[in-house]
Design a binder for this molecule. Structure first.
Ligand SMILES: Nc1ncnc2c1ncn2[C@@H]1O[C@H](COP(=O)(O)OP(=O)(O)OP(=O)(O)O)[C@@H](O)[C@H]1O
Ligand SMILES: [Mg+2]
Length: 401
């Protein structure tokens, strides 16, 4: 598994997902559990959950099942209700409507100290005056664990996050990444069935963050704990999660594997939120079961997508085409569909690939992700060069909302 390469510009480019479409390397695949509905498939069940804070409705009817052993990511922009949903799962916030079941048991009916859940907060402050080992031991001591067992469990948890040699240090003597691992050890030491992580890497800079993402996936895999993680970093979700939910304004707008959500976004919101994309607005002029033609003012030719949609002729649609599906050419393409002519208006060199912004004759700006290899073949166009953009019938996804 690999994390994304450092990307100074356009962090929404998700290069990591190409190598590992389902993220998460060795973890159990979502399809790995036997078909049919079992308790393992529904380890966490969120049923019609609503949360109101006075006038504000933070969560508006969420339904979600998380499988046992899964690393599930909740993704969405600031204020969409991610932390609120997680806090309800932790039992820290009551549910206004609906129900949450963990391993078949109603969370609301479990006394707080018996809930098999541990949450690592958005700001995971360690106790500054306590050593690393005391920080990790704290929760266990509260549960009455003492003596040899306490020592043993704290040591094991610190070994797991490779922090055993720092046991005597205070938090301020550690790097951000090390502190983050101590916080994780503090959560894991209680052996929760369900681990909740709220922006676990928000305090880390990009480089440590990418390394820690991989470490975290490996640690969770070793422990085999079910984990729901909140992030607003789509690249992080793509790299780490087995499945993810995109949230907007208190609702889940799309649910699937990172690969599914990236390749088949179901709305403009999902398409724009997960990775960057080119959106072409147009109207349906021909709709057959296996293809659709769309006319758009952005291009001199029609758009052709090789899957059908359900809707009337003349229906307004948006077609999403990912930058890596767009080829750059020097000569006019031969086909009668899916191309445009323009001038290079921006070039961002990203290492293994280059992002070209092409301003079409219509004024529409199209972003193409061009590999170094492909760039050599077209003699590296430069600013203001006339170029053509083109893509295949299978590259576009028709969005109707
Ligand atoms: N205790 C509270 N009282 C009133 N409103 C609240 C409370 N907690 C959260 N909210 C509101 O609920 C909405 C969702 O908040 P939440 O913290 O769940 O967002 P989030 O998705 O975690 O955002 P971020 O990415 O910024 O952490 C926001 O509009 C917020 O202002
Ligand atoms: Mg939050």
């Amino acid at each position: 598994m690999q994390a994304g390469v450092g990307q100074a510009i356009m962090s929404e480019q998700s290069s990591a997902l190409k190598g590992t479409p389902n993220g998460s390397g060795g973890r159990r695949e979502p399809g790995g559990v036997a078909a049919g509905v079992s308790l393992d498939d529904n380890f966490v069940q969120i049923v019609d959950v609503v949360k109101k804070f006075g006038e504000t409705t933070a969560v508006r009817g969420v339904n979600l099942s998380v499988k046992k052993g899964e690393l599930f990511a909740l993704l969405g922009s600031s204020g969409c209700g991610k932390s609120t949903l997680l806090r309800m799962l932790a039992g820290l916030e009551s549910v206004t409507e609906g129900q949450i079941l963990i391993d078949g048991e109603d969370l609301a009916k479990m006394p707080p100290y018996t809930r098999p859940v541990n949450m690592m907060f958005q700001s995971y402050a360690l106790f500054p005056h306590m050593s690393v080992e005391s920080n990790v031991a704290f929760g266990l001591k509260q549960e009455g664990v003492r003596g040899g067992e306490l020592k043993e469990r704290v040591h094991k948890a610190l070994e797991l996050v490779q922090m055993a040699q720092y046991a005597k240090r205070k938090p301020h003597q550690l790097s951000g990444g090390q502190q983050q691992r101590v916080a994780l050890a503090r959560s894991l030491v209680k052996r929760p069935k369900l681990l909740l992580l709220d922006e676990p890497m928000s305090a880390l800079d990009k480089q440590i963050r990418q390394r820690t993402q991989i470490e975290l996936v490996n640690i969770l895999d070793q422990v085999g704990v079910t984990c729901i993680m909140v992030t607003h970093d789509q690249e992080e979700a793509m790299t780490m999660a087995n499945r993810l939910a995109v949230m907007s304004e208190g609702r889940i707008v799309q649910l699937g594997t990172p690969h599914e959500v990236y390749e088949y976004p179901n709305s403009r919101f999902s398409a724009g939120f997960i990775g960057s994309t080119n959106l072409f607005d147009g109207t349906v002029v021909e709709d057959e079961p296996d293809h659709v033609f769309v006319e758009t003012p952005d291009l001199p030719v029609r758009m052709y997508v090789n899957h059908g949609i359900t809707g009337p002729l003349g229906m307004p649609v948006t077609i999403s085409v990912r930058p890596e599906r767009i080829a750059l050419m020097r000569k006019p393409p031969e086909g009668a569909y899916n191309w445009g002519r323009g001038k290079v208006s921006n070039i961002a060199y990203m290492g293994g690939y280059t992002l070209y912004h092409v301003t079409l004759d219509s004024g529409k700006v199209v972003v193409a992700n061009v590999s170094s290899l492909a760039l050599g073949e077209i003699d590296s166009p430069t600013f203001d060069d006339e170029v053509y953009v083109r893509w295949s019938a299978s590259a576009g996804v028709v969005l109707t909302s």
